[in-house]
Design a protein around this ligand. Structure first.
Ligand code: F6P
Length: 481
């Protein structure tokens, strides 16, 4: 680890635990998503402070807080906190949450950066709240950090935090990692605040993105919208000089704790549970989908491809089951509620059309799954069907391979997932918009021989074992030095 004696302050929109109200009681549960699963092992090993929101908002009025509830959140946080690191919660009012999180983050940046610009609502007030809430995060980070500490800011919700930090503490060591894709200039240019966003990012000493494609897009955007910036190449990284500040820009494909997944997958209880799942599904070919509920994950498109498979290859009916897990997410946003209804209609339709007394074509779970049960499902599944329309990385693809310590299983992966360049030699790559192509890939996976499956899976596992999350962290901190 190369952070020397400096402490690590991680800043992300969400803490690794989130709160919600259930029947009048405050409940705490692990947060979902790739960011949390990647960063927890790092903080556990390194220690430090995690600054983030507990996920529930306070009262409606601007700046309104709900002090008794905030105190309760803090009490529960101190109880649930990991001994290795501490939490520093940033409390938001309902209005801030609505405009910063649901609005700017998830109705502008999220769809735009996933190339889905027609879903964007460019409301000017969203931008005002985004800046204001980013200031709250900056102030909390200043409370947590001493001079010399590394402040490591994460993801698209917090692209303006560094502007305040740099103003208040000019010598801060600031790093940023973008977990989602960075769009090409012809998409990014739609953003009314494109210059401000780039200038905010260029306040960091290091900006990390997921893939070479994202690095090229980021640099192309800087060239187009900040033409006064100077860009040089230094080995693997680009150095952007803007307003006398130098920022390194580099890509670091994020990963998982390979060993933990692989070891858990070899536990007797997990192997037994996988066998039970297979038996319960009558040894049919299990194609597994695991996604946060999100329109970028391509779930309706996947269901259409599966329906096409059953229509076009009638001999496969009764022999294949799609096991689709959808982890609830962003439930207060209308687009997400509509998506859930669309998925449920499609599942009902497929089961109604093709199912019979002995076979349910699609098993659909709408909830999060405990880690060991998920790993048992990975082991039980013959194929992982991971077909996002666009994805920063997609750690489920890597988790599936890490769990296959038996060197079996086929990975079907979207060519638009950030993981595709790393996993292309072992996976079957598909275009998620091409329903016939996805159905064909499933048919191919079903008929793939044991030797080919073994060769492909060993290759996938070797790559992920090497490029694991600790390697990712070391590369990132080495670049920070
Ligand atoms: O990886 C993208 C991301 O937005 C992360 O920032 C977050 O952890 C995850 O998806 C889940 O999203 P949300 O925090 O909006 O539920």
């Amino acid at each position: 680890m190369t952070t020397g004696n400096s402490r690590l302050i991680v800043v992300s929109n969400r803490l690794p635990v989130s709160f919600r109200h259930e029947k009048g009681v405050l409940k705490v549960e692990p947060s979902s998503g790739g960011l949390v699963s990647a960063l927890v092992p790092i903080l556990r090993e390194h220690g430090g402070t995690w600054v983030g929101s507990p996920g529930i908002a306070g009262l409606g009025e601007e700046g309104g807080s709900n002090q008794p509830e905030e105190a309760e959140v803090e009490r529960l946080l101190s109880e649930s906190h990991d001994n290795a690191y501490s939490y520093l919660p940033v409390h938001l009012s309902a209005e801030e949450q609505a405009n910063f999180y649901e609005g700017f983050s998830n109705e502008i940046i999220w769809p735009l950066f996933h190339d889905l610009q027609s879903r964007c609502r460019f409301l000017p007030r969203y931008w005002d709240y985004y800046q204001k809430v980013n200031c709250h995060f900056a102030e909390a980070s200043l409370k947590a950090a001493k001079a010399g500490d590394i402040i490591w800011i994460h993801d698209y919700q917090l692209m303006q935090v560094a502007s305040t930090l740099r103003r208040k503490r000019p010598k801060s060591r600031l790093a940023f990692f973008m977990h989602i894709p960075f769009p090409a200039p012809d998409i990014f240019e739609k953003l009314p605040w494109r210059k401000e966003i780039l200038e905010g990012l260029l306040q960091h000493n290091l900006v990390g993105v997921q893939t070479l494609r994202d690095e090229r897009n980021f640099i192309a955007c800087v060239r187009s919208f900040l033409p006064e910036a100077r860009i040089e190449r230094h080995g693997d990284k680009r150095i952007v000089t803007h307003n006398d500040l130098k920022t390194s820009v580099q890509y670091f494909p994020i990963s998982i704790d390979f060993k933990q997944f692989s070891d858990t997958a070899q536990k007797k209880s997990v192997i037994e549970r996988a066998a039970i799942i297979r038996e319960e599904l009558r040894d049919s070919h299990i194609a597994l989908g695991v996604d946060r509920l999100d329109y970028t994950k391509g779930i309706p498109e996947r269901l259409r491809a599966f329906s096409g498979l059953l229509r076009d290859y009638p001999d496969l009916r009764g022999k294949i089951t799609l096991f689709q897990i959808v982890v609830p997410s962003r439930e207060t946003i209308v687009g997400y509620q509509n998506l859930m209804a669309e998925i449920e209609r499609a599942v009902t339709h497929i089961n109604g059309e093709f199912g019979d007394t002995s076979w349910v074509p699609v098993h659909y779970l709408h909830r999060s799954i405990p880690r060991e049960e998920l790993i048992a499902l990975y082991r039980a599944a013959n194929t992982a069907l991971i077909t996002p329309l666009k994805d920063g990385m997609n750690l489920v693809a890597k988790e599936y391979c890490a769990a296959r310590s038996d060197n079996d299983g086929v990975l079907i992966l979207s060519e638009f997932a950030g993981a595709a360049p790393q996993l292309r030699t072992g996976a079957i790559l598909v275009n998620p918009y091409d329903e016939i192509g996805v159905a064909g890939a499933l048919n191919r996976a079903m008929h793939m021989g044991r030797d080919e499956r073994r060769t492909r899976m060993s290759r996938l596992r070797a790559g992920i074992r090497r490029n694991n999350i600790l390697q990712w962290r070391d590369n990132f901190f080495a670049a920070m030095e």
